[in-house]
Design a protein around this ligand. Sequence first.
Ligand code: ADP
Length: 352
Amino acid sequence: MFHSARIKLTAWYLLIIMVVSLSFSGVIYKETVTELERGFRVMALRHQANEMGILLPRIFSGRPEDLPPLLREAPAQYFLEEDFWEAKKRVLLNLLLINGAILVFSTLSGYFLAGKTLRPIEKSLEEQKRFIADASHELRTPLTALRTSMEVSLRDTKMPLSEAKTLIKSNLEEVVGLQSLSDKLLSLACFQGNGHSLNFKEVDIAEAVGKVTKKILPLAKEKEIKLAEKVGSQIIWADEENLQEMLWIFLDNSVKYTPRGGKVIIETKSDKKWLIIKVEDTGIGIAEEDLPYIFDRFYRADQSRSKEEVAGFGLGLSLAKKIIEMHKGTIGVSSVLGKKTIFTIRLPLKHS
Ligand code: ADP
């Protein structure tokens, strides 16, 4: 599909270039032939005037009304018809050669340019295809599990009420997980197509962090994790909802991947241009070989995948990265396996 689109686009480029080039060549040919004819005629008249002993001015148009009466009446003897035709032929041939060269050059450069123009479209189409394939793959597994468990329990006519309730509870947990997956997929899809218009305004980072830590606190308490906040008031230009979503992702991960009794610290600093947010935990850490991939969609490092109690789909960090990019910020990570992980987010203070 990409190849045929590239050829079609090249053909359009060629058509436009050749229409322009041939039209110009037509005009150039007509003007050159008129001038040639005038030149040949002037030459012939000068020759004839010489023969007749008539002196012609140095600049002379060759028009009949500008001719001395004697010369006007004399028959034109020295107009070199064959040479004139030969000169016309040469002009035509040269123009055809130039147009041929333009055709070859435009075909090659048009094909190259068409490829360059279509490459981002092709990339985004591929990205979309991969996204749909990944999403359906991730949705299929929990949906199949849900369906099987419901079908089995429907067939069991003697299932006690307590067992049925346990089953419904676990199915409900699956549904909540699926809901969070579809929410994340939707946000990612919106950012992917850049169809998501962010609502930028002045936001106090201390307030945003405060709101998120309030929500995360019960989860931290449940795991006896100490949550420390060293955040001063600082106004930044951001989309509040997405900023909170991004903070939630980092804090939630820190709590998820930190064993009972650990510590999570969120702190902010700022310099002239940037607000620097640091989220540090004393958790399981990330292996060096996993670090380059953790921001990829659906990527989960081995140690988190093998621990079944850590729920997740591998979408959080890719969503967080997208949000940071939409704010023209950057993200960095450092980690010591089994000891700690530090995420450093830099967001511009001013609206650019
Ligand atoms: P999820 O947490 O749903 O698996 P994410 O995209 O949020 O997906 O994270 C991707 C992977 O990065 C996680 O599976 C985990 O292996 C690793 N990770 C992210 N944050 C941390 C952290 N604070 N400590 C250790 N590993 C982390």
